[in-house]
Structure formats: structure tokens, C-alpha cells
Design a protein around this ligand. Sequence first.
Ligand SMILES: C[S@@+](CC[C@H](N)C(=O)[O-])C[C@H]1O[C@@H](n2cnc3c(N)ncnc32)[C@H](O)[C@@H]1O
Ligand code: SF4
Length: 377
Amino acid sequence: MSGIYFHIPFCKQLCHYCAFHKSISLQSTNEMLDCFKKELELRKDYLDQKSISTIYFGGGTPSVYKPEQIQMLIDECSKYWNIENDAEITLEANPDDLSEKYLAALKNSSVNRLSVGIQSFHDEDLILMNRRHSGKEAYDTIKRAQAYGFDNISVDQIYGVPGLSMEKWMENLDLVYELDIQHISSYHLMYDPNTVFAKKLEKGQLIEVEEEESFNQFKYLIDSARQNGFTHYEISNFCKEGFISRHNSSYWKQKQYLGIGPSAHSYNYTEREWNIAHNYKYMKAVTEGGEFSEKEDLNFYDRFNDLVLTSLRTYWGLDLNLVKEQFGDDLYRHCEKKATKYIQSKHIRKENNSIILSDEGVFISNDIMSDFFFVEE
Ligand SMILES: C[S@@+](CC[C@H](N)C(=O)[O-])C[C@H]1O[C@@H](n2cnc3c(N)ncnc32)[C@H](O)[C@@H]1O
Ligand code: SF4
């Protein structure tokens, strides 16, 4: 099971919370497509398998490209790999790009999963975030996509946002449930450095929500999602039966993947590689045969820490038998020892020798994961 990720580094407008790599200068979109083609060719031997089960167009805003251009990239992949018949092919899209015309053309492409950035259905939140669409437009977009036959739709939402009261958050979720979609990604707002939100926070123009409010919103999210038929399978991800994001799960299950485009990451069991997060430098290097990525060889402890980080995020949890098999008795005992205190505090439960975060544990997952990491002295 291998996947290919394309990072589309363009957006039409900058959202005030977002630190993902992107440019609002759209002049080089065509040139960038040529570079993607070139990078695919250069890295055709990166994966040790010739079969691809997922392709993910993320960003930035992949829907700045026409469906025909997205299909061209998929066809380009099939020159080097066998794309499995039931491959999951996801396009991240902004609601304002999904017009009737766009959806009709996209339905004729191989894209079979949409991930739509809704964020909130309340206009005042969307204005604060500097989004390009209203709440109603976001709602209508999902309906329109369903009318065009898209039956594997995910929405992104953000909670813990200043001004998003519990009541408004409940309304956001109710609308999502009413839309009868297959997957939800719900993120707590992060004040990433160099974003407008982080600057506003520093100047006191935004005030972080209280931890109790954040916890209540998260708790409502997981309880209501369960009541509405969703499985909470990863910290921020919920799906109806059969609709786990196969692409993202392969990150969490430590499968290999190839990342194409500026800032994209790749992983092949022994090393991680990340492309330069700069459109011009990336394009110049790809075109002229220069270096466009950096690499890190993963040592024994890096690989252990990666396993902790990726598996504790999920409802499958950290399989202690696997730890023993791959990393030996010392790290097995290290995990057992760490788990004991969290089992007592009810942040972790143990099932079939796997340790799994409880709802309370998920809320402090970063602290728990760092505690499990093995740091060489
Ligand atoms: C890489 S973005 C691309 C999505 C698409 N461009 C859009 O905006 O609709 C994926 C998602 O990450 C989430 N996100 C980005 N920055 C975030 C932040 N600082 N805090 C919480 N969620 C964030 C948003 O929900 C966003 O939809
Ligand atoms: S949230 Fe999406 S549209 Fe907004 S800046 Fe980030 S990648 Fe671009």
C-alpha cells in the first residue's frame, strides 16, 4: 500500500490562521505543473512498490487547478505506477471553487473523494478567518457536490476559535450531520507563528479561548459524532463505516509515501525527505537539476518515536507486541512503564496488548506522546 501526495502551493486568498506553504501569486501555476511532471519522473523509483492505492491533492488549494489539469497529473502517475482500480483519489477543495461547471468536469475525472474546507457555517467566523465564502455557500457547495454524485465527502472544521461559542459550535456540527457526509476533520485552532492570528494574539487583538471551553467543544464533538454514526479514528478525524481516509491512515500506519511539490514530505521506512518550501527555488532546482529536498536518515530511536507519534494518534493505538518485535525488550518495558501511570489516571486504556488514548487522553495527546518518546542521553 503506497500513496502519492501532491502539494499544490497556491491559494487565492490567505486565511488568517493558516501556516501551510502557499503563495497567492498564481502566475506560475502552469510552470508548476511542468515541475510536478518532472519531479514524478525524477522520483519514479522512490517507492519500492509499483502499485499505488491512494493519491491525495492537498495544499494550499488544489482546486485552483481545473479538473483536466488534475487528471493530467493522475495520468502522469500512471506512466510510472499501476494505480489500483479502487484507488482512493482525494482532492482538497475550497467551497468557492466548486461551481456546477467545476463539479461536472471533476465527476468525469478519476477523483473519487472530496475534502472541503468549511471551517464554520457562521459568517462572522469566516470573516475573522478571512475565508472567501459564506456559511450558506459552504452548505450549498456540499449539497451541489452530492447532487453531482460525490458520495465520499469530508469536511474540515475548526473549533476553539475566538467568538465561536458553544452554541455556535453545536450549530456547526448539527449542520454537518444534517448534510449526511462520510468524513469529518475537526481541528482545534492553532496559533501558528507568522500567521495573522498569531500576530493578533500577541497584540491582544485576539484572546485565546479558555481551556475548559476548548475541552467542552472537543467533548461535544466526539460525543455528538458518535451519536451520529461516526467513528472517532484519529485525534481530529471521524468517519462513517468504510470511509476512513485511506491516504491519511497510511501516514499513521507507517506506510511509504511519495510527496511531490514544494514543502511536500516523503517517507520510505528508513528516511524522511522534505521538499523546499519555496515555489521559485523549488521550480528552479527541479528545472535545472539542482537539489530541491533535504533528507534525514531515521535511526533506531527515531523510528520508535515515529511509531509512538503515529499510532497513539489513532484508535488502533500502539501495539506493544509490535514494539517488542521491532524494538526489543527494553523499549517494550519503557512503554509498559509509561503506560501504567496513564492507565491509572484513565488517560489510556489497554486492549489486546495495545495502548489506546481515552477521550481525556486525546485532549492531552501531545503531552502523552512526548512522555513516551525515547530520548538518547
Ligand atoms: C491545508 S488546509 C487546505 C484546505 C483548503 N485549502 C481549504 O482551505 O479549504 C487543510 C485544513 O487545515 C485546517 N487548518 C489549517 N490551519 C489551521 C490552524 N492554524 N488551526 C487549525 N486548523 C487549521 C483547516 O481546517 C483547513 O481546511
Ligand atoms: S486554509 Fe486553505 S485556502 Fe486558507 S490559506 Fe490555508 S491552504 Fe489556503
